[in-house]
Ligand binder design. Structure first.
Ligand SMILES: Nc1nc2c(ncn2[C@@H]2O[C@H](COP(=O)(O)OP(=O)(O)OP(=O)(O)O)[C@@H](O)[C@H]2O)c(=O)[nH]1
Ligand SMILES: [Mg+2]
Length: 304
């Protein structure tokens, strides 16, 4: 049987809804989502195989003005991710202003790139009449294949995005097993779920300076014959003061993080989870190449 494939990269500025869209397109909670910009730090893949065609979506970090070495790696990941793909989905928050970050993204497209513009978050666009001028404005900036207004959270328009995506596949092998939905190792998915909870629960600079490493992940059967997944994770923060905040009064914050993360991990892995979290400090790690690399966040170590 003829097999087909399609590589699709999702780009856009921070907080536009790229990871939410990846999760919606794949029907799996693969990428961490949060209301804070710069949630995604590396390229995250979502794979869907339908009949003879395999679609490989790549979620990327939000393009932003980088303030540290980690940010430089993130922006470079985006640049690398738009090379040699069949289709680019540029996600824009329809309620946010067009800015230099979006201008930089568009300037990075080459003449023959196939780009679909997704105008997301139409559910919170108060004045629907504003949509037409926004579409007109964007269409002047680049020759998009099409422009699709959607709301990921309302599941509005995702089917239209899928219909358009399907037009760009070509004959070729399936690079991943037909049953896989990501090439992220389970450890990375688990660490991202923990980091997502920290982003949800904590404010200011603390969550942005967090890296989570899974030290151990092992399944066992307990005395009652129940299957349990033991996970131990280390939460690294940038400063001593942050460590105190992550732990919280009498350990209350760490407990909350652990509880929410455990629930999410249990849903995802469909098994009872025993989660242990430790907190350590790695002073100013976001500016240290070696630590960025150790945490798996270097652009050089995330290439497919
Ligand atoms: N109202 C509304 N909110 C949305 C929609 N889609 C996503 N969001 C919210 O927007 C926020 C950012 O979503 P993400 O998917 O993390 O955005 P992102 O583009 O991946 O962000 P970065 O990884 O930081 O670049 C989250 O709070 C989402 O719940 C939408 O259609 N409507
Ligand atoms: Mg994201």
């Amino acid at each position: 049987m003829e097999t087909r494939n399609e590589f699709v990269t999702i780009v856009g500025k921070a907080n536009a809804g790229k990871s939410s869209l990846l999760n919606a397109l794949t029907g799996e909670k693969i990428a961490a989502v949060s209301s804070k910009p710069q949630t995604t730090r590396t390229r995250i893949s979502g794979i869907v195989t339908e009949e003879n065609t395999q679609y490989v979506f790549m979620d990327t970090p939000g393009v932003h003005r980088s303030k540290n070495k980690l940010g430089e790696h993130m922006n470079k990941t985006v640049k690398d991710s738009i090379a040699d793909v069949d289709l680019i989905l540029m996600v824009s928050d329809v309620t946010a202003k067009f800015d230099e970050n979006e201008r930089n993204i568009i300037n990075g497209f080459r003449k023959n790139d196939k780009v679909i513009l997704i105008l997301n978050k139409i559910d919170i666009l108060k004045d629907k009449e504003k949509l037409a001028p926004i579409i007109l404005e964007y269409s002047r900036l680049y020759d998009f294949e099409t422009i699709i207004p959607i709301s990921v959270t309302q599941n509005d328009g995702i089917d239209i995005v899928w219909d358009e995506v399907k037009k760009h596949s070509s004959e070729g092998p399936h690079y991943f097993s037909d049953s896989s939905f990501t090439d992220q190792p389970e450890q990375v998915i688990a660490s991202e779920m923990i980091r997502e909870k920290i982003l949800e629960l904590m404010s200011d600079e603390v969550p942005h300076g967090i890296a989570v490493m899974i030290e151990q992940m092992e399944e066992r059967t307990n005395r009652n014959g129940e299957d349990i997944l033991d996970i131990s994770a280390t939460i690294y923060c940038e400063r001593d003061s942050h460590k105190g905040m992550v732990i919280g009064k009498n350990g209350s914050m760490l407990k909350k993080i652990g509880q929410l993360a455990r629930e999410e991990l249990e849903r995802f892995f469909e098994i009872k989870v025993n989660l242990q979290c430790w907190v350590k400090v790695r002073e100013d790690w976001r500016n240290k190449e070696k630590l960025i690399c150790n945490f798996g966040l270097s652009n050089n170590s995330t290439n497919m």
